[in-house]
Design a binder for this molecule. Structure first.
Ligand code: TEU
Length: 570
């Protein structure tokens, strides 16, 4: 990244014009990153204490999950006040200090914006539910029961049951996509839009660099609230099965075309706060996985003129089997549907998904990190994945997540356990003698930052080498992507930019592999330590679960033409 003499004190050092295209976003789950006040729950001051680690790791931005005042039924996705900090996490002054210090470390800060619903404890909802004539009544969805007393339509909630709950006092049902304590806001009421855009302004004025928008495409629904049809592909998706929710094709409770003009308005607001080199961005969570041709609908959230979301989140890779051809097909499909000039984004996990090392295995997870950090697109790295942290089996009586209370198999606690910093008490997350809010992994004495820092074979060392390669090689940050036809079990591609040419070869299998390369090369980073810098002739040997990034000489390929690389003979 360029360093600039004109950088202002309140902006990150060394910004590039498209920081959000070239940079790596690191997701911090505030409850679980670092406890600074000894209550067993992470907080903003704790995150601030660890900024040096993040800067040294080599990421460019952090995204913080919600830290707003909340009853924490859905761990902050049930917001009571959008313009404050829950005392559990600190104060607004702590947020300002964290933001300023992050910027001083060269890190951008994205925060979670939760537009679809509030907590039922939010003053808006308390007011709305107080009477049918409340001035806030129409800020939420209220409908009379059907003649038989049942809910107004068939919409099923991912948290189980109906999306409607009867409010006994007024005799009407209110809508909640998720938990009954998370009533949905009615964005068709202009006052709601005005109030929520003011929330964005509040944080933009404080200097945040953008927002991760929770369930961005859920905010506008069918105006007639029609029933959802059955889902003809129920149970066939590789994405986790949510039972009753997945028996419906969610055509009418999300993804209404009116979302698009709304995101154009939000984009205009963000742009009005963007200055040269300092885009304020929208990273929107888009869930459409059961829709026919969903990738086309997903891509539409970039906007026809690239005037909606900078990065509509894409979780394609999370649901895939660990197979080279499945990954190549998924990446190629994303590339094929992207509007001209749009920029992909990639994630291997999040606070909602089983950890990558648990899903595919420890060695395989290193190959996956290499994939994440070398494909075309903005990588989003979930905290702890750089260590190969694994899901932690949380006993049923300690379960905290509302999903898990519904069905232990769906619980998201296992992927939200405390960050493993060192081999001291509570892994350095909270002081000795304090009980962390979720149990630590049993392996925390072996799998932690302090241990891995000195181990060249560790996932952390690999992640650092990859992030450092991204910093020095522009082709990795912004080059074209060209898939290569490789032997079974291998996903290989070129990243090219002007004269720079980086070949990535990933062995998905448990057996060694030999590849015939289009040209000679030099290994920049291998998942196996000790190979960096190795010169390779036309034959590349990959051990089981080994990935390599190679600088290759001039090749005879031209953009868009697939270069076969054969299995080496003999
Ligand atoms: O998640 C949206 C969402 O739909 C997921 O809960 C999904 O259904 C689940 O992970 C199964 O795939 C967002 C947040 O990321 C999540 O933490 C919140 O619980 C949810 O919204 C409600 O705000």
């Amino acid at each position: 990244m360029l360093s600039s003499a004109t950088t202002r004190a309140d902006e990150p050092r060394g910004h590039a014009e498209s920081w959000w295209r070239e940079g790596v976003i690191y997701q911090v789950y505030p409850r679980s990153f670092q406890d600074s006040d000894g209550d067993g729950v992470g907080d903003l001051a704790g995150i601030q204490k660890r900024l040096g680690y993040l800067a040294r790791l080599g990421v460019d931005a952090i995204w913080l999950n919600p830290f707003y005042p909340s009853p924490m039924l859905d761990f902050g996705y049930d917001v009571c006040d959008h313009a404050d900090v829950d005392p559990l996490f600190g104060t607004l002054a702590d947020f300002d200090a964290l933001l300023a210090d992050a910027h001083a470390h060269g890190l951008r800060v994205l925060i979670d914006f939760v537009p679809n619903h509030t907590s039922s404890e939010h003053s808006w909802f308390r007011d709305a539910r107080s009477s049918r004539t409340s001035s806030k009544r129409d800020w939420y969805f209220w409908r009379d029961p059907r003649p038989d007393g049942s809910p107004p339509n068939n919409w099923a909630s991912p948290f189980g049951g109906s999306q409607w709950t009867l409010d006994e006092r007024s005799g009407q049902y209110y809508l909640h996509t998720f938990h009954p304590e998370q009533p949905d806001l009615n964005w068709r009421n202009p006052d709601v839009e005005r109030a929520m855009l003011d929330v964005l302004r509040f944080w933009l004025e404080r200097g945040v660099d953008g927002f991760r928008i929770d369930v961005a495409n859920f905010v506008l629904k069918d105006p007639q609230l029609r029933d959802n049809p059955p889902n003809p592909t129920a149970g066939t998706s590789s994405y986790k099965y949510l039972g009753h929710y997945d028996t419906q094709l969610h055509l009418h409770d999300k993804g209404h075309p009116d979302c698009h003009p709304l995101y154009r308005r939000i984009r205009r607001l963000l742009d009005s706060y963007s200055r040269d080199g300092s885009d304020r961005i929208a990273l929107g969570e888009i869930h459409l996985y059961e829709w026919p041709e969903w990738t086309r609908h997903w891509a539409a959230y970039y906007g026809e003129q690239l005037d909606e979301l900078h990065l509509p989140l894409n979780f394609t890779l999370v649901g895939l089997r660990w197979q080279a051809d499945a990954f190549r097909a998924a990446v190629d499909e994303i590339e094929a549907v992207l509007p001209a000039g749009a920029w992909p984004n990639l994630a291997l996990g999040s606070h909602d998904e089983s950890r990558i090392a648990t899903r595919i295995g420890r060695e395989q997870a290193k190959v996956a990190i290499m994939l994440l950090l070398s494909l075309r697109g903005t990588p989003i790295l979930y905290y702890g994945d750089e260590l190969g942290m694994e899901d932690v089996a949380v006993p049923v009586d300690c379960a905290r997540d509302p999903f898990g209370l519904l069905d232990p198999a769906l619980g998201r606690d296992p992927e939200r356990t405390p960050m493993q910093w060192d081999d001291g008490p509570n892994a350095g997350f909270c002081p000795a003698g304090v009980q962390p809010w979720l149990p630590l992994a049993d392996n925390h004495a072996a799998v932690n930052v302090a241990r891995q820092r000195d181990d060249p074979d560790s996932p952390l060392a690999l992640t650092k080498r990859l992030l450092s390669a991204r910093r020095s090689i522009a082709a990795l940050r912004r080059g074209d992507y060209e898939p290569l036809d490789a032997p079974g079990g291998c996903f290989a591609y070129l990243r090219t930019l002007e004269g720079e040419r980086v070949l990535v070869a990933l062995n998905y299998r448990e057996e060694a592999l030999e590849l015939l390369l289009p040209d000679r090369g030099r290994i920049l980073v291998s998942c196996r330590p000790g190979r960096d810098g190795e010169l390779v002739g036309r034959t590349l040997h990959l051990q089981s679960n080994e990935g390599c990034l190679l600088e290759v000489g001039e090749s005879r390929t031209s953009k868009g033409v697939s270069t076969p690389i054969a299995a080496a003979e003999g």
